[in-house]
Design a protein. Structure first.
Ligand code: ATP
Ligand code: MG
Length: 429
């Protein structure tokens, strides 16, 4: 038998997981600063939650969901995105009743979409996202955008651009929709099957089509921004003002529409402009959803959020040739020459680790030379070799691998000696 990871999924092995952990650490730190505590919702939800909230004209609902019946004949779906579950939980736990609004939440975890596998597109991927529910202050739109931008800058990305648009409110969308239908209808047979069915159901999504992207009618399509009413235009202006205050530059793209149906007003994407990046350049997508909470059974509570995958963030880093600053130093390797020494080695390793000194030893009964080689490969800062003499003298030479310096230290003093050395090293850095 010859098993492989399922198509569109990947094993993350040591060497790579450190990068993930580093990115997650940066994200957690920023969530702490911006005050977006973590929420963890189930990986599957009832299917109806997604068909209702994500919108039944989206790619996600039409062709990408992993839907199954459980043994109780309930239809469940592996979450394809994070917002629906978070909003469900917001309503279920009546967070709208809490005194301090908006409720700010963040999530990080696997999402599942049955998609064609290609660079930057997986069937299981990890999304980080935030939601701020219970405010329609344009300043929170800017805050959410700035948090996303900050993540990319903290991990070291430089070739990143923010694209924003306003999708207006319901009135705006209705007028614009009519203009779109008039624009595309005479030539709709030149468009893909999906677009043909979008024309009646949700013509806005034609603008987001990946197949007909270069059709000349796309460039001349009526722009949402030309249809904004006063309220929507003011809102958009305010968001832009706040972005200016935050020193965040942006591009307005009147054809930017988001994949999900529930967005209104602010829509944004953050793209990689790095030459090394493939055809999929969107790192992060987000926007405002003012009707979603009601749709899911709560009171009117306007929200805004974004989702970004860690996979694409790491791809962008690679495209820019940037390395994360990862610290994973092995402090000590203990070489043991015989069984008695091994007993001491195990005891010492435990006392080192208890004091924060990372320690490795041999578990395959190798000769001293092989153990030394191992210490070398693992780039240990220090090595000690325990044998008969060391046990008799109750002391051992601590060898600093980089310099070759050695110092004899009594066993009882080892932990303190190493702790001090480590501190000194950190201060030097
Ligand atoms: P795309 O246009 O790339 O299909 P989308 O509109 O489907 O994106 P969203 O639903 O807005 O994407 O998801 C937000 C973010 O999640 C994307 O910007 C991207 O970072 C990430 N993402 C979406 N689908 C995948 C996937 N299949 N694999 C990896 N990351 C993904
Ligand atoms: Mg998609």
């Amino acid at each position: 038998m010859n098993f492989k990871v399922p198509r569109g999924t990947q094993d993350l092995l040591p060497g790579v997981t450190e990068k993930w952990q580093k990115v997650e650490e940066i994200i957690r730190e920023l969530c702490h600063l911006y005050r977006y505590p973590e929420i963890r919702t189930p990986i599957f939800e009832s299917t109806e939650l997604y068909t209702r909230s994500v919108g039944d004209t989206t790619d996600i609902v039409q062709k990408e969901m992993y839907t199954f019946k459980d043994r109780g004949d309930r239809s469940l779906t592996l979450r394809p995105e994070g917002t629906a579950g978070v909003v469900r939980s917001y309503v279920e736990h009546k967070m709208f009743g809490q005194p301090d609004q908006p409720i700010k939440l963040s999530y990080l975890g696997p999402m599942f979409r049955y998609e064609r596998q290609q660079a930057g597109r997986y069937r299981q991927f990890v999304q980080f996202g935030v939601e701020a529910i219970g405010s329609k202050d344009p300043a929170i739109d800017a805050e959410v955008i700035s948090l996303a931008m900050n993540i990319y800058s903290k991990v070291g990305l430089q070739d990143v651009k923010l694209v924003i648009n306003s999708l207006g409110d319901q009135e705006v969308r209705a007028n614009h929709r009519e203009a779109l239908v008039n624009h595309f209808k005479p030539h709709i047979d030149e468009f893909c099957q999906d677009c043909q069915s979008r024309l009646e159901k949700n013509p806005l999504r034609i603008l987001d089509c990946k197949v007909d992207h270069d059709h000349p009618l796309m460039a001349t399509a009526p722009a949402l921004t030309d249809y904004l009413n006063e309220e929507s235009a003011n809102y958009f202006d305010k968001v832009k003002q706040y972005l200016d205050v935050l020193g965040i530059s942006y591009e307005v793209d009147p054809n930017l529409v988001r994949g999900l149906d529930y967005y209104n007003h602010t829509a944004f994407e953050i793209m990689s402009t790095s030459k090394g990046f493939g055809s999929i350049t969107t790192l992060c997508g987000g926007g405002r959803y003012n009707g979603l909470v009601e749709e899911i059974g709560g009171p009117e509570s306007p929200g805004i959020g974004f989702g970004m995958s860690i996979e694409r963030l790491l791809l962008a880093l690679e495209a820019e040739g940037k390395e994360l600053n990862i610290e994973d130093q092995l402090d000590m390797y203990i070489v043991a020459m015989d069984e008695d020494a091994k007993l001491k080695a195990v005891e010492l390793a435990s006392s080192f680790r208890a004091k924060g000194i990372s320690t490795e030893l041999d578990y395959t009964d190798r000769k001293m030379k092989a153990q030394m080689k191992s210490a070398d490969r693992k780039q240990a800062t220090w090595v000690i070799v325990l044998g008969e003499t060391e046990l008799a003298e109750q002391q051992v030479a601590v060898k600093h691998m980089a310099t070759g310096d050695q110092e004899k230290v009594p066993f009882f003093d080892l932990v303190e000696y190493l702790t001090k050395q480590k501190q000194k090293q950190m201060e030097e850095k």
